[in-house]
Design a protein around this ligand. Structure first.
Ligand SMILES: O=C(O)CCC(=O)C(=O)O
Ligand SMILES: [Fe+2]
Length: 397
């Protein structure tokens, strides 16, 4: 559908400050054709004034994204306001009407289940060990896909070989991690590896699983497209021009994980959870979770709030890159997984950051004399790499 829509600039409420809105031309399915107009809604310091001090949320909001690419900028801004509220107060929200086709999700999930069945021999070895001592015996991990053998954290992580919370012993999940590569399997591996600085490296793929790579990449790219469409909304939510992140997200710096959580043993073992309490490292995470409720989010009172699965939704949470951009105005909320259901649980998070060479610098609207910059400036790549190294260091042989 072709259209052109212009915005009446006189709706600006603050002539002193130049922020931006956009007029849209072209195809509704894409945000590529946004044109720049001047507009401003909020006075300087607005974001700081709204910084979360003590967020004791009891529920995670559900936000409807049906209007995510609506031609009317006022409608997009309304959605951005909801995103701002959730980002400042909770750090988590559900995405309704995400438009990822069901068959892409289900074939991605089927591929994950097939893969984790393949790794059954390895898991058996880990399971036969006492879980609390298994951590010392992780050299059973001797397979080509082992994430520890990858230069850049791609491949398989067995039970207990990751440890998100340094206070814990290891995490009771297994995972398969991949990063960006073209969706067309015929174009992969890329002719000449994409330069991702310290994070440069190739995916590793299991053999003997026909269709695995294409199903996983189809889901990966569907979520990448969704993630790219969210950056303009986050920019609006931050009172920035809608295209603020465009030149910072030119080559999706996005790691995706297929995750499998076996049930927590009936006799709980101290310091072994599905995934220990942690924050994510990138700008935001888009998570698909199955119907097994196990994800919990911590509010400011230290109370764990269940992120119960809601059919047809994805969960989005902010990560530490956004916390750094916003000097903690958008907080990256602590979360964990405990699978007490007695059932197997599967989930697929995709961690979406800026390009790895982009510096994580606090936005001027989030820094003041009373609220100076809290974090040293680092590039996204150095930051993500150092966090991943810490996560896997305890099981490196
Ligand atoms: O599996 C989940 O629900 C959450 C996973 C998670 O928090 C992570 O991988 O960072
Ligand atoms: Fe997480």
């Amino acid at each position: 559908m072709q259209f052109r829509l212009s915005l009446n600039i006189s709706e600006s409420t603050n002539p002193c400050k130049s922020s931006s809105l956009w007029a849209v031309t072209g195809d509704l399915s894409s945000m590529d054709h946004l044109e720049h107009f001047d507009d401003s809604r909020h006075p300087p310091g607005f974001l700081l004034a709204n910084a979360r001090a003590d967020s004791t949320f009891e529920q995670i909001p559900v936000i409807d994204f049906a209007n995510a690419t609506h031609p009317d900028p006022v409608v997009r801004r309304e959605l951005a306001n909801e995103i701002r509220d959730a980002s400042v107060n909770v750090g988590f929200f559900y995405i309704r009407n995400h438009r990822i086709p069901e068959h892409i999700i289900s074939s991605g999930l089927d591929a994950a289940k097939q893969f984790f069945d393949l790794a059954e021999n390895l898991k058996q070895e880990v399971r036969e060990l006492r879980l609390d001592t298994a951590i010392h015996l992780l050299n059973v991990n001797d397979i080509q896909l082992d994430i520890h053998k990858s230069m850049n954290f791609k491949g398989y992580t067995s039970l207990l070989s990751e440890n998100a919370d340094p206070e814990n012993i290891g995490d009771l999940h297994e995972a398969f991690d991949l990063g960006w590569e073209p969706e067309e399997v015929s174009l992969s591996p890329t002719p000449g590896l994409r330069d991702d600085g310290v994070m440069t490296g190739q995916n590793v793929w299991p053999e003997g699983l026909p269709g695995f790579r294409s199903s996983v990449l189809a889901y990966y790219h569907a979520i990448i497209r969704l993630g790219q469409s969210l950056f303009p909304l986050f920019a609006l939510a931050l009172d920035l021009p809608e295209n603020f992140f465009d030149d910072k997200t030119t080559k999706p710096a996005a790691i995706m994980r297929l995750l499998h959580y076996p049930p927590q043993p009936t006799k709980p073992i101290d310091r072994i959870l599905g995934i220990g309490a942690h924050t994510d490292y990138e700008c935001f995470t888009i998570l698909w979770q199955d119907s097994v409720s196990a994800l919990q989010v911590m509010n400011a009172d230290g109370k764990w709030i269940d992120a119960v699965p809601i059919e047809g939704t994805l969960v989005l949470n902010l990560g530490d890159q956004f916390a750094r951009w916003t000097n903690d105005v958008f907080k990256s909320t602590v979360h964990r997984v405990i699978n007490k259901s007695g059932l197997e649980r599967y989930s697929i998070p995709l961690f979406f950051g800026t390009d790895y060479d982009v510096k994580l610098e606090p936005l001027p609207s989030c820094v003041s004399e009373d609220n100076p910059a809290k974090y040293e400036v680092v590039t996204a790549g150095d930051y993500v790499k150092s966090r991943l190294e810490a996560t896997y260091s305890h099981s490196k042989t």
